[in-house]
Ligand binder design. Sequence first.
Ligand code: SAH
Length: 322
Amino acid sequence: MERLDHFMARANREYYAQNDPFADFTTSPEISQMFGELIGAWIAAVWQDMGAPTAFRLIEAGPGRGTLMQDGWRTLSRVAPAAASAARLHLIEFSPRLRAEQAARLPQATWHDTLADVPSGPAIVIANEFLDALPIRQFLRTGAGWRERFVENGRFIIQSAEAPNRPAEPGEVVEICEAALDWCSELAGRLESQGGAALIIDYGTAESRPGDSLQALRQGKPTDPLAGPGSADLTAHVDFAAVMAAARAAGAAVWGPMPQGAFLDRLGLAARMARLAAANPDRAASLHRAAHRLSAPEQMGTLFKAICIAQTGAPPPPGFAE
Ligand code: SAH
């Protein structure tokens, strides 16, 4: 018998070490270079707002293939060469095979297992679809009180549990991602004391609400999350209200959640698309499709959301200001 979060942590560690995750799912930076480019422009603007430090840590958590940062770095070098010279690139990644892929695109980086391992200093932090891979616990409200889900022989079993600090009706499931709360709290504490800002983008809900969102994807199709640990990517919706509260409790300022579509529009998605399409007319239709996929409400525009955690007193970050 294993607690669900322990099972999920073990399964994902094995999954990312042994598989090509991008055969099973697609992420925004893999859909279009425009995603990383707009984030590169975001990094340039935040660096300016930080007072253009001559050295800072550019940190990405869970960089996947390194595509986002490769596209972002190209833009950063073009729009703010002084920022690119000031940036020390640090990647937080637990998969040796993904580290190797990242090294091919980002030879200037250094790698770390955790945020705590990244040397101190003002930082700009990016995390796209990182929090959704962190392990969750699930609590079930029954007529007879709270139970917690454990995994045994590929099946869920329930054990009596303390009530989680969340309302729910009988029959409902409450998910708690302690790893995401701890990570955002640690990040917020670091930014508050050392300076900087973090952009976190993921799929999830603006409010904490009950529901079972644990999912496993193999080759783009849902499969049983408990079958064959390590054979499929396990994710859950991010509870943005909870992670934002954790960051605020650690003393930092928090903006959002801003729907991904609105966020990318504010960063200039349409203008970037028009420019690329004018330079590459044969790619105009596919650029249009990619922009639609990233930003349309029925695609990734609403379910995916952006938040920013920053040192108190920092100016409103690009894309979040009123
Ligand atoms: N940001 C990328 C990849 C998202 S997939 C993109 O948008 O394409 C999740 C990434 O987080 C992978 O790189 C995975 O190996 C990494 N990851 C997941 N859990 C992790 C953990 N606990 N510690 C470090 N890296 C982790």
